[in-house]
Design a protein around this ligand. Structure first.
Ligand SMILES: [Zn+2]
Length: 86
């Protein structure tokens, strides 16, 4: 998802709120450029011809994301919420 964000200063920017490939929410302090290098779906989309016929097999994308999440540090909140204090 990409949306406009309007600031009180009158400035408007376009921000990415969610990765278009894997659906991971992108935090405000983070950018899509910070997420993409570790995007679990990136390699599938990078394959030759991946975007033909409506894109890659959703099952493969889901499997890659599930594998990635299992690998993720549990203390890092996926929704960008408060981190678990230790
Ligand atoms: Zn992603």
């Amino acid at each position: 998802m990409i949306e406009y964000r309007h600031y009180e200063s009158g400035k408007t920017t376009v921000v990415t709120t969610e990765c278009a490939l894997c659906g991971t929410p992108i935090r405000d302090q983070q950018g899509i450029q910070d997420h993409l290098p570790s995007c679990p779906a990136r390699e599938i989309y990078a394959e030759r011809g991946a975007l033909r016929d409506g894109g890659p097999d959703p099952e493969r994308v889901r499997a890659a994301i599930a594998f990635h999440e299992a690998d993720e540090t549990p203390t890092l909140a996926a929704d960008g919420g408060p981190e678990v204090s230790r």
